[in-house]
Design a protein around this ligand. Structure first.
Ligand SMILES: Nc1nc2c(c(=O)[nH]1)N[C@H]1C(S)=C(S)[C@@H](COP(=O)(O)O)O[C@H]1N2
Ligand SMILES: [Mo]
Length: 196
């Protein structure tokens, strides 16, 4: 089927097409410089230390592209985006967690954070992205780096991400502390914490 109805049918359960891709964020858009941006890998790391990765180091990892929609827990979906960057699985291999770690906090500048399961982070389509549709991310959409975990709702992917922290116990990020689901899988409609 063609037309908007046909496309609607391809959307995950409970989602509808967004007419435009309007960025979602609170406060002002940070203007970050790719040359000074760093990702700090902290918490329960295997070597007990903090690994600091910049884009020069990350560029040594395989460059990948993943086609995926963005599904906001508020039910708006933007289908068919082509994300580019490196796999979180490769980042995790560079700076691995202690044995038994299951939880990860992804933190952005200015207080935004989300929690994800390590198993969701290391899926092959989970990216630390710096491009979309062949262009560098705009500042509004997360330049110079954002997390994209396509099978989870959008709130699980911080834009302007600067820290990846390993935890043995479950944590709460910004939306999780406001009643949103700790896991957030789109196909399971894991929107609210009370569904657990
Ligand atoms: N730092 C930061 N990251 C964020 C957000 C935010 O407000 N701040 N919003 C999240 C939410 S709720 C969604 S749906 C997606 C939206 O990404 P977009 O603005 O590029 O469409 O970013 C996520 N990442
Ligand atoms: Mo969202």
């Amino acid at each position: 089927m063609t037309g908007p109805q046909g496309r609607d049918q391809e959307l995950p359960p409970g989602q509808r097409l967004a007419q435009v891709w309007r960025p979602s964020f609170y406060g002002r858009v940070p203007r970050l410089d790719a040359d000074s941006w760093e990702l700090r890998v902290t918490g329960a790391t295997r070597d007990g230390g903090v690994t600091v990765l910049d884009w020069e180091r990350l560029a040594e990892l395989p460059d990948v592209e993943v086609s995926a929609g963005m599904h906001c827990v508020d039910r708006r979906s933007i289908p068919g985006l082509l994300w580019g960057g490196v796999r979180f699985a490769d980042v995790v291999a560079l700076a691995p967690p202690e044995a038994g770690v299951e939880h990860v906090v992804l933190a952005a500048v200015r207080g935004y954070s989300s929690v994800v399961l390590l198993e969701d982070l290391v899926r092959p389509d989970s990216l630390l992205a710096n491009r979309v549709d062949g262009e560098p991310l705009t500042p509004e959409h997360g330049w110079p780096a954002r997390a994209v975990l396509p099978h989870l709702y959008g709130f699980k992917g911080p834009k302007w991400v600067v820290e990846l922290a390993y935890h043995h116990r479950r944590q709460e990020g910004w939306w999780e502390s406001h009643g949103y689901h700790p896991r957030g899988r789109v196909d399971q409609e894991e929107r609210w914490a009370h569904q657990e």
